[in-house]
Ligand binder design. Structure first.
Ligand SMILES: [Zn+2]
Ligand SMILES: [Zn+2]
Length: 284
């Protein structure tokens, strides 16, 4: 039965209300969200909560579509849901790629992607942001790209089997996925060579975390549980992006954005982070 007393005609897709990840259609939800039960996420003090696309629609969540810069469309939700990430659609002459989709999509979001020329591929920085990936894939018959190291975290298998990759993967002209590790073994960034007026852009989700002052970045084992990364993982992230040219970084949310000089900021921030880990930075 639904909350309004009417019978469900079909089994719903279950969505974790905390992280926004989808689980397969079933008459009742799973007992746990494996993503939230993991140490890098969290379960509400009163226990696991589930929702459905129908409930989210009824609660008034709507697509929130904004041009972030020429060639880059942001697709979030208003009000935001779960972790609150907004997706980014990277547009190229040979097709578009969607990055870090939230856990709900509506007709407005679908129409915005149709108007932008559709979808060749959909992927995410890491499992916390897999969201409605299977739904997007089905809507456009888009390829799902997952790092081999994290593929097992996808909780709702798409109809079209995902393509796994490791190391780096050129997806479209000037669009490359780069495995950095750290937060998750498969944590990735997307390098977009034409972004920032040709100076280059990284889309990073939680892989490289832009801080509120928009003047540094940080690295997280877990953001909500305030867990750090070890030195070797921080060095691994910095090394993975070093071969690429970029001046700007978009994290997982509309703001903050590291607007300029991002390449030097990543190097500087990584060194400073390691000084803090080693107890070599003054704590006041
Ligand atoms: Zn969850
Ligand atoms: Zn995360």
């Amino acid at each position: 039965m639904r909350p309004d007393g009417a019978a469900e005609t079909t089994a719903p897709v279950w969505i974790c209300a905390t992280c926004g990840n989808h689980y397969p259609e079933a008459p009742s939800p799973p007992s746990v969200c494996v993503i939230c039960a993991d140490e890098r996420q969290w379960v509400p003090p009163n226990g696991q909560r589930w929702t459905t696309p129908e409930e989210l629609r009824a609660a008034g969540h709507r697509g929130d579509v904004r041009e972030v810069e020429p060639g880059l469309l942001g697709i979030g939700l208003d009000p935001p849901f779960a972790i609150g990430q907004r997706a980014l659609l990277v547009r190229t002459a040979e097709g578009n790629l969607l990055w870090d989709p939230p856990g709900f999509l509506d007709q407005l979001a679908l129409q915005a992607v149709r108007d932008a020329g559709g979808l060749a591929a959909v992927t995410a920085s890491h499992p916390h942001f897999y969201g409605a990936i299977a739904e997007w894939s089905r809507a456009f018959d888009a390829e799902v790209l997952l790092p081999e190291a994290d593929a097992a975290w996808l909780t709702r298998p798409p109809e079209r089997p995902p393509r796994t990759w490791s190391g780096s993967l050129p997806v479209l002209p000037g669009v490359t996925l780069v495995q950095c590790g750290g937060h998750f073994p498969g944590s990735a960034v997307l390098h977009w060579a034409e972004g920032a007026g040709g100076a280059g852009v990284l889309l990073t989700g939680d892989t490289i975390f832009v801080t509120p002052g928009e003047d540094r970045v940080t690295f997280v084992g877990s953001a909500p549980n305030r867990l750090p990364l070890p030195e070797r993982a921080v060095r691994g992230v910095a090394e993975a992006v070093r071969p690429y040219r970029f001046d700007r970084i978009y994290g997982g949310w509309w703001t903050p954005v590291l607007r300029r000089d991002a390449k030097a900021v990543v190097e500087r921030s990584a060194e400073r982070y390691i000084q803090w880990l080693r107890g070599e930075a003054p704590a006041g």
